[in-house]
Design a protein around this ligand. Structure first.
Ligand SMILES: Cc1cc2nc3c(=O)[nH]c(=O)nc-3n(C[C@H](O)[C@H](O)[C@H](O)COP(=O)(O)OP(=O)(O)OC[C@H]3O[C@@H](n4cnc5c(N)ncnc54)[C@H](O)[C@@H]3O)c2cc1C
Length: 403
């Protein structure tokens, strides 16, 4: 067994930190996860899992558990608010590429307990809550983190540190790593309703273009059938959070998307700032970044957490080999090359393109783009290529091909 002073310390018990911990612990690498909050987060964020993420989590039994309560989404649509369906994509075209030819919808806060539960019985895996990383240091042999706890400051030693502490990552800031990119001026409001959009011809995932108010629509399992329909809408720069979240304003947005005589029953609503940023470095010596700590993108395309899962598994496989002395630490630079490159080329590029498609104001450009999408969807060969990209299979293959 690897000595405890060579364990991997992980800042953040979000899905990325927990998955990296599980994948390392299963290779007999001791891990310590430090989470600032008193419990796992319960916020409504990611909820759409792509085939490669399901493949990566399957060996741990997580995918099977997710499938039991998640919603399978074999088809999804691009729509125009006025014209209706522009293109409908059938992931069945990927049946010979993946054992999971669908998106799986499940709330992020239902995934994290599944991973945490699998870590609990492993003797060399520890998850500490109420443990906020506030400082770090490293030399050629190890890392140290200073942690704020309710009982005062504690110091932990390890061989490596993974910063999986989210978009505002303390680890990234302490390392002084630049977070390159930009923040969109408009925010997003996310609203969950009980109204069943499937009865109105919507697939369980749909993106609705409109120059004034586009929408991203997700059917989520919630506590069980019939589930909830979650929508993301844009919020103009000059609108206050209070105005956006007022019941009449939420109702106006819902009625604009799909007018109906009754009011919508709204279960949840919240506002998010949206960023497109990639850390300039994913590795500084013995410290590595993954997930939102390393990159942020808008949620159109559901690339954020999926990309983080791909980071966690890629990094855990390489770091495991380094910890066991089977590979030189330069293998970790391959993690950086593979995951940083595809984040820039696929995740940043793809999510920005998705947002532009939904918001296009020029009528001619919009018409041309819709025509192109219709032609692509009608041709199984081209539709398959489109699906390989949008389901992140292409980005996984590209990463694996980077030497
Ligand atoms: C509205 C919305 C919808 C989204 N939809 C999707 C989607 O459908 N599909 C998708 O793939 N992605 C989606 N995302 C993105 C996704 O939620 C994130 O990419 C994901 O949460 C990243 O996981 P993470 O583990 O890297 O970070 P987080 O989930 O942010 O976890 C970081 C953890 O670190 C802890 N922490 C922070 N600072 C410290 C510290 N100093 N010390 C110790 N612990 C610390 C935090 O408390 C937290 O628990 C969406 C995001 C939003 C906002």
């Amino acid at each position: 067994m690897i000595p405890i002073d060579q364990r991997v310390i992980i800042a953040g018990a979000g899905p990325v930190g927990l998955l990296a911990a599980l994948a390392l612990a299963k290779q007999d690498v001791p891990v310590l996860v430090l989470e600032a909050e008193p419990m796992l987060a319960h916020d409504l964020r990611a909820g759409s899992f792509h085939p490669p993420s399901l493949e990566l989590m399957a060996p741990y039994g997580i995918t099977e558990e997710m499938q039991a309560i998640g919603i399978r989404v074999p088809r999804w649509q691009i729509r125009d608010r006025r014209e209706g369906v522009i293109a409908e994509w059938d992931l069945g075209l990927l049946a010979d590429e993946t054992p999971y030819p669908y998106r799986l919808h499940l709330e992020q806060h239902r995934l994290t307990p599944m991973i945490h539960r699998r870590l609990l019985p492993i003797p060399h895996a520890e998850v500490r809550f109420n443990a906020r990383v506030v400082d770090l240091d490293q030399d050629a042999d190890g890392v140290w983190v200073v942690v704020e706890t309710p009982h005062g400051i504690e110091r932990f030693e390890g061989g490596w540190l993974i910063g999986a502490d989210g978009g505002r990552s303390t680890v990234r800031k302490l390392l002084n790593v630049e977070f390159e990119g930009f923040t969109w001026p408009e925010r997003f409001v996310v609203v969950s309703t009980t109204f069943d959009f499937a009865q109105r011809g919507y697939t369980s995932n749909a993106y609705v273009a409109d120059p004034e108010q586009w929408a991203a629509v997700f059917h989520m399992p919630d506590a069980g059938p019939p589930g909830l329909w979650r929508m993301a809408f844009p919020v103009p720069v000059d609108e206050s959070d209070e105005d956006t979240l007022a019941p009449d304003a939420v109702e106006r947005r819902m009625q604009y998307l799909y007018p109906r005589p009754e009011r919508y029953t709204v279960r949840y609503k919240s506002i998010y700032k949206v960023h497109q940023r990639v850390a300039k470095e994913f590795r500084r010596g013995r410290c590595l970044l993954g997930g939102d700590a390393a990159h942020l993108n808008n949620p159109l395309g559901a690339f954020g957490l999926n990309g983080g899962i791909h980071d966690a598994m890629n990094l855990a496989e390489k770091l495991g080999r380094v910890c066991r002395g089977e590979a030189d630490e330069s293998l970790l630079d391959l993690y950086v090359r593979q995951r940083r490159t595809v984040n820039i080329d696929y995740v940043q590029e793809g999510s920005i393109q998705n947002l532009k498609l939904l918001t296009e104001r020029n009528a001619e450009a919009r018409r041309e783009r819709f025509e192109e999408l219709r032609r692509t969807a009608a041709d199984p060969g081209r539709a398959k290529q489109y699906l390989l990209q949008s389901s992140m299979i292409a980005s996984m293959r590209r990463a694996a091909a980077i030497p």
